[in-house]
Design a protein around this ligand. Structure first.
Ligand code: GTP
Ligand code: MG
Length: 194
């Protein structure tokens, strides 16, 4: 999709605050600093629309971005930031669970992992959670510009194995710097929102 009109409709915590237009929705999740906002910016051809973070772990809201009055991207706050209190982590967990469990327009989840490293235990838990709710999954391996081309296949197989991906779960390596993977990610989004 060639995106021109984007609007942050709402930063929501509770279901009553979720938008009601009924546009299909794609959520983006991943640990703090993995590159969620950078991926959104790349997909919508903006430099810094979805704020790339200066304070990791600070955003604790679901940010709904209206894309061309056709769909929503939902930027899910990152997990795994060490300095977040136990209480805030519990709040985060409840918010995410409510959203994934109850949200009717949600068509799929893009789960980001850093392609340079083995997925973490929390990355794996997120995938298990998405499998449990039977949500379509696209795993995006980020920051691939930082690894040599000769290691891309190995990175892909490590991610698949460590996350326990099912064969229908898709995996695309991506870079916000080179834009590698952008078109394939859009193809997946369009397949799941049309
Ligand atoms: P939170 O909102 O804190 O959860 O972080 P986030 O997942 O939205 O990450 P964000 O997009 O803010 O990116 C974190 C840092 O990684 C920033 O310094 C980005 O510039 C950098 N970054 C993101 N994507 C890429 C990439 O593809 N390649 C490289 N080299 N750096 C990236
Ligand atoms: Mg962000």
């Amino acid at each position: 999709m060639d995106v021109h009109n984007v609007e942050l409709t709402i930063s929501a915590v509770r279901p009553e605050q979720y938008p009601e237009q009924g546009y299909p929705e794609i959520a983006l999740s991943g640990r703090s600093n993995v590159g969620k906002s950078s991926l959104i910016n790349t997909l919508i051809n903006r430099k810094n629309y979805a704020r790339t973070s200066s304070q990791p772990g600070k955003t604790q809201t679901l940010n709904f971005y209206n894309i061309e009055d056709e769909l929503y991207f939902v930027d899910v706050p990152g997990y795994g930031y060490a300095k977040v209190s136990k209480k805030d982590r519990e709040k985060w967990g409840k918010m995410i669970e409510t959203y994934f469990e109850t949200r009717k327009p949600l068509r799929g989840v893009i789960s980001l992992v850093d392609a340079r490293h083995e997925p973490t235990e929390l990355d794996k838990q997120m995938i298990e959670f998405l499998h449990y709710y039977e949500l379509p999954i696209l795993v995006v391996g980020t920051k691939v510009d930082k690894i040599a081309r000769g290691k891309w296949n190995k990175s892909e197989s490590t991610i698949r194995r460590k996350l326990g991906l099912h064969k229908e779960d898709q995996l695309i390596l991506f870079s916000a710097v080179t834009k590698q993977g952008k078109e394939k990610i859009w193809d997946w989004i369009e397949q799941h929102t049309n």
